[in-house]
Design a binder for this molecule. Structure first.
Ligand SMILES: *Cc1c(COP(=O)(O)O)cnc(C)c1O
Length: 387
């Protein structure tokens, strides 16, 4: 039995043909018309003036910060509940991240805690040129409040929308919030170029700076002339061709992820203490990963037990992101924590959510999950007798 992945790539003949066409066109090395088309299509879809296609979401975060001059001595508040790439990119610039805990319901950066951090850093006279909130699992953070709070403190906002392409907040698409935003097209995201990313902004100077830094910071001269340390961070034309094909299928892929989420919601509907995480905002989400939140007191089982049952059936699942303030590599980094993200890490479990799951695979997941959830009804643990 093949292992069922949480979010495997969803590719068809359309992608195969697009890459073959780019190959046949001779635009192999490395920029070309597919990159231009991909940038134009993405800028259009999100409603941004500028889009720069890059090698990864991580490189987009890195250059987005460098374009604003973020560097050593600066502090950059970010969500503690995220994938390490967010905090890594801040560290690459020489700045120090400051981890901000989650809203206990949504898991997103708590704007009130951000306000507290910015006030404290402001009093201490610490330079805070930027804030990097993360859109967690395909749903947007509260950018209305985050941007207001950050701007009031004189900080720009670079949104890590790596996971949230296709989601919305306050009527605007992910990628349109803040002063700039990034997407990831890694193989496990809602759409993929096998590896890739995009930087989006309405700020022409920042976009030009990102483009410049991404192409080895080459000055316009026949000989190689350089005034900055550059990077080789552009997306290749072959991969952009795949991105163009994926973008055409994006809405369909998101619809399939939503169907999967609804199937999970039906399974846990009558199970006390088990909920689909972030479900309230459903029409606004891209449903990148569906997670369950399991309250062991009420459910008589826990996320770890469910995970064990799924693993035994060859089905991938994972806890929600381990918060950055608990990661050994970021020990000693300042953090404003309430325990909200730690609780979600302990009680949350992300489930297979990909748009390429077959009916057979879905049936196997659902049967395994149902059985695992039902198991406690036969043998409730002792804690349940007390409730
Ligand atoms: C995937 C991801 C990234 C990194 O994107 P890559 O394209 O893999 O470099 C950054 N931030 C978050 C929140 C992510 O999920």
């Amino acid at each position: 039995m093949a292992r069922i992945l949480m979010s495997g790539p969803d590719v068809t003949d359309l992608e195969r043909e697009a890459v073959a066409e780019a190959f046949a066109s001779g635009w192999i090395a490395p920029l070309g018309p597919a990159v231009d088309a991909f940038e134009a299509a993405m800028a259009e879809r999100i409603g941004r003036s500028h889009a720069v296609a890059l090698a990864s979401g991580t490189s987009a975060l890195h250059l987005g910060l460098l374009a604003w001059g973020v560097g050593p001595g600066d502090v950059v508040p970010t969500s503690t509940m995220t994938f390490a790439a967010t905090a890594n990119a801040i560290s690459y610039t020489g700045a120090t991240p400051y981890f901000v805990d989650s809203d206990p319901e949504t898991g997103q950066m708590d704007p009130e805690l951000l306000g507290r951090v910015l006030a404290r850093l402001g009093e201490e006279g610490v330079p805070v040129p930027a804030v990097v909130p993360v859109d967690l699992l395909g749903s947007c953070a509260d950018h209305t409040r985050i941007v207001e709070i950050a701007h009031a403190a004189g900080a720009k906002v670079l949104v890590d929308s790596a996971e949230s392409l296709g989601a919305h907040h306050a009527g605007l698409p992910a990628g349109k919030h803040g002063d700039a935003a990034i997407f990831s097209f890694n193989g496990n995201k809602v759409m993929t170029t096998s590896g890739g990313g995009m930087y989006l902004t309405d700020d022409e100077a920042a976009a030009a700076r990102v483009r410049h830094l991404a192409t080895q910071a080459r000055e316009p001269a026949v000989h190689y002339e350089h005034r900055d340390i550059g990077f080789n961070y552009r997306l290749s034309n072959l991969l952009a061709a795949m991105g163009n094909a994926q973008l055409r299928r994006l809405d369909g892929m998101i619809a399939r992820r939503r169907v999967r989420r609804e199937a999970y919601a039906r399974i846990v509907e009558d199970v006390p203490g088990v909920e689909v995480f972030q479900r309230d905002g459903d029409e606004q989400d891209n449903c990148w990963l569906t997670a369950l939140v399991v309250d062991p007191e009420l459910a008589g089982t826990d996320a770890a037990a469910l995970s064990t049952a799924l693993t035994a059936a060859g089905i991938e699942s994972r806890p929600l992101w381990k918060p950055m303030h608990l990661q050994p590599v970021f020990a000693g980094i300042p953090a404003e924590v309430t325990g909200a993200s730690e609780r979600l890490f302990r009680t949350g479990l992300t489930l297979p959510s990909g748009s390429a799951l077959s009916e057979e695979e879905c049936a196997r997941i659902d049967a395994t999950l149902r059985a695992a959830l039902a198991a406690h009804e036969i043998a409730p643990p002792l804690t349940e007798a007390a409730t």
